[in-house]
Design a protein around this ligand. Structure first.
Ligand SMILES: [Zn+2]
Length: 66
C-alpha cells in the first residue's frame, strides 16, 4: 500500500506519515460481510430470515405435538 498523494510506502497507518493524507484501505472481509448483509436487507431478505425462523418454530412445535 502506498500513499495515493505522495507515494510513500505505508504499513497500516491511517494517515500518511509523510504528507498526512487520510489513507483509505481496500474493504476488509468484515466490511464486505456487512455490505452483503445490507444488500440482503435491501432486497427484503432481512424479513425472509425472520419468516424462516417462524416457520421453523411452527415445524418444531408440530413435530413435538404429533
Ligand atoms: Zn503521503
Amino acid at each position: 500500500m502506498y500513499c495515493p498523494n505522495c507515494g510513500t510506502k505505508l504499513s497500516g497507518e491511517k494517515f500518511c506519515p509523510s504528507c498526512g493524507t487520510n489513507i483509505v484501505y481496500p474493504a476488509s472481509t468484515q466490511s464486505k460481510l456487512e455490505g452483503f448483509g445490507k444488500d440482503l436487507q435491501g432486497i427484503g431478505c432481512g424479513c425472509m430470515s425472520l419468516i424462516f425462523l417462524i416457520i421453523l418454530m411452527v415445524f418444531l412445535f408440530n413435530a413435538c405435538t404429533s
